[in-house]
Design a protein around this ligand. Structure first.
Ligand code: HEM
Length: 488
């Protein structure tokens, strides 16, 4: 008996020692902590202030060996920017951070939010919806919507700076609706309401993430924010419900609903695959289908327009790069024809421009992972149970990119020796749970840019942009406006 007690004490002492050791090798704390509330005051303020703090965290983490510790009251979170460490975390931690649960009132149990066990199965079922064969059938939508955008831009040609982001967002919402849901947005008021509700809900999410006392649904229920969020969610879900109902009756009323847009290949929106899986394999119930659709809509309209916004501003600020893009487009797309899937492979310089733009402006600046057991990094140990954020925006400015890392140089992508490695470039995330829409996004963005650049000469000044963190990286002032002139 005595021996058992002694053994238990020894085990307990060893466990305490391990915990203590892990703690002593924890990343150093970000400077500026206050007693009790920790770094909370640093994050109070608007999205610009939060973005500045994120940049500060990146800078500090570079200085101290790749990671820092941040305290928001009782919550400890790590910000990691070292490429090897980010890779270690992304490949060993498959669960999303608890903070993602705050998005569940909107996105439910979608690919983005679900637990790894559920995700594994859903991912296998849904991945075919993003196969190259299916994506190729979306080219007609990408082209027709790009032509619409060029038409919309026309009223601003030669008339000075304008906010192209508003147009890009509406356009992206239309594209994702057509390709993911098989229906376009005919009601522009509904689209505006949707975009406004999405913006407010994302702002609420950021505010709630920082004000930790609202993480619990019980305390949050008492807040003014919850009332606002509920109103916005009604608008967001009304849209997905209405569209789903319509598509359901079309699909099951007419089994040949998939339109043959590209001869020989069936155009199949994402929702059709979900609905078929729900009938044939009982894989998803109505609530789960809506959750996947809600996230697709958000991912589609909250990311590509931002990336296009920055790319256009950068092109407008670098006329030499813009003219090279124009020449390539002229060469690949003789006359005024639509972009075809094979053209996308030949638009190599344009691809380099988009990649470079996503490097400088990481649309999703950080992603979160749950630390389920202590994780040993190069210089530190992360303790189990804490929150962890991988600073994708930090990877992209790592010194490994060279002294010109803050400059816009698409040429670097044309020389493989100048691109360090996959580990330091992750605009679409890292590890198994990275973006399923990556190829879709690149195809859609390149098509849009090809149409816009061959129609207009863009002018802009990227140094005037002020940015804010709103889950994605967004412009905050009119510094992002562009001017356009029609090309003859
Ligand atoms: C420039 C455009 C885009 C960027 C920069 C981007 C970035 C990302 C990132 C960083 C993640 C990982 C999130 C995490 O680890 O928590 C992600 C996930 C995801 N994205 Fe994208 N995305 C883009 C476009 C799209 C588009 C157009 C779609 C849909 C058509 C899409 C659908 C998704 C989905 C479903 C996930 C969750 C994947 C999973 O957890 O399995 N994304 N995206």
């Amino acid at each position: 008996m005595f021996a058992v007690v002694l053994l238990c004490i020894a085990c307990f002492a060893y466990w305490c020692w391990c915990r203590q050791r892990a703690k002593t090798t924890e990343p150093p704390s970000l400077p500026g902590a206050w007693p009790l509330v920790g770094h909370l005051p640093l994050f109070f303020g608007d999205g610009c202030k939060i973005w500045n703090q994120i940049k500060n965290i990146v800078g500090q983490s570079y200085d101290v060996g790749g990671a820092v510790k941040i305290n928001l009251g009782p919550i400890t979170l790590y910000g990691v920017s070292d490429p090897d460490d980010c890779n270690t975390i992304a490949t060993t931690c498959m669960e999303k951070d608890q903070i993602y649960d705050l998005t569940k009132p909107w996105f439910g149990e979608s690919l983005f939010t679900s637990r790894y066990e559920v995700w594994k199965n859903d991912y296998k079922l849904l991945n075919p919806a993003f196969s190259q064969t299916i994506l190729n059938t979306f080219m007609d939508v990408f082209n027709s919507e790009s032509r619409e955008l060029v038409k919309e831009f026309e009223k601003h040609a030669g008339k000075g700076p304008f906010d192209h982001f508003t147009y890009l967002r509406h356009n992206a919402l239309n594209i994702i609706c057509m390709t993911a849901l098989g229906v376009g947005f005919t009601d522009s008021n509904l689209a505006s309401d949707y975009l406004h509700a999405a913006d407010s809900t994302l702002n609420t999410l950021v505010e709630r993430a920082i004000k930790f006392w609202w993480h619990s649904p019980y305390t949050f229920a008492w807040s003014k924010l919850k009332k606002e969020q509920d109103c916005n969610l009604k608008i967001l879900h009304k849209m997905s419900d209405a569209v789903l109902q319509k598509r359901k009756s079309e699909l099951f009323g007419n089994p040949c609903v998939g339109k043959n847009i590209t001869p020989g290949t069936k155009f199949k929106p994402f929702v059709d695959i979900l609905l078929e899986l729900s009938v044939e394999k009982e894989a998803f119930n109505d609530e789960e289908i809506r959750a996947q659709v809600d996230f697709m809509l958000a991912a589609g309209h909250e990311t590509t327009p931002n990336a296009l916004l920055y790319t256009m501003v950068l092109l407008g600020s670098h006329p030499d790069v813009q003219e090279k893009v124009f020449s390539e487009i002229q060469e690949v797309l003789e006359r005024e024809r639509d972009v075809e899937k094979m053209d996308l492979l030949r638009l190599q310089y344009l691809e380099a421009v988009v990649k470079e733009s996503l490097r400088l402006f990481a649309v999703v600046p950080l992603i979160g992972r749950k630390i389920e057991r202590d994780i040993k990094l190069k210089n530190f140990t992360l303790s189990a149970g804490q929150h962890c954020f991988l600073l994708l925006c930090g990877l992209h400015k790592n010194s490994i990119w060279g002294p010109d890392r803050y400059e816009f140089k698409p040429e670097r992508w044309l020389e493989p020796s100048k691109v360090p490695s996959n580990l330091v470039y992750a605009p679409f995330g890292l590890g198994r749970r990275q973006c399923i829409g990556k190829t879709y996004a690149m195809m859609s963005m390149k098509t849009t840019l090809a149409h816009v650049v061959r129609s207009y000469r863009i002018k802009a000044d990227h140094t005037k942009m002020r940015l804010k963190y709103a889950v994605t990286l967004k412009p905050d002032n009119d510094g992002h406006y562009i001017s356009i002139e029609k090309r003859t």
